[in-house]
Design a protein around this ligand. Sequence first.
Ligand code: GAR
Length: 211
Amino acid sequence: MCEPSGRIAVLVSGAGSNLVALADAIERGEVGAQIAVVVSDVADAPALAWASERGIATSVVPFDRADRPAWEARLADAVESHGVEVVVLAGFMRILSGRFLQRWMDRVVNVHPSLLPAFRGADAVGDAIAAGALVTGVTVHLVDELVDHGPILAQEAVDVVPGDTRATLLERLHAVEHRLLPWAVDQLVRGNVRVVDGRATIGPTEQRSSR
Ligand code: GAR
């Protein structure tokens, strides 16, 4: 197995707070990676503008519902042309098929605002509030072909408090995401992650949990 180069791609669809947190953690020397490219399916995603301003290479691959395989091939090419070894989904709201995932087997990582397998999908925060959950949280996991699914790298619980709105809960979830995602990316680029039978183990220690 070749050692990871530390070159990562960050795929985004929206605001990009996780991208910013990851870039800041890299700058502080906490993550042994460099962001080779930021790729988005949404041309006017604020995350893209932020990356451009920061001098990071960007690429837009607008989603093509009519020809999904061709869109995904363009997406893979945009990532691969930058010599990337780890792909980070930081608020990337599209599903990737096996064709894409096989090119970066066990090296595509996603952050999701729930304690998976609870509340998969696009509105995990709203769904947790609607369900009356007292606890939700953040999961960072390797990506397989199912939605918000794959070997778990890190999880941390966040309480849902009375009166929480999507915005107030998301703010507390983001604070956790901004710690867990950089930590997990660092483990990946250092080659510390092993996957056996659909479960990940990390380095000499156990998976990370705060509770
Ligand atoms: C994050 O909360 C992330 O967990 C979520 O999108 C948000 C993006 O925020 N991802 C998913 O729901 C994936 N199913 P950001 O653009 O500010 O990083």
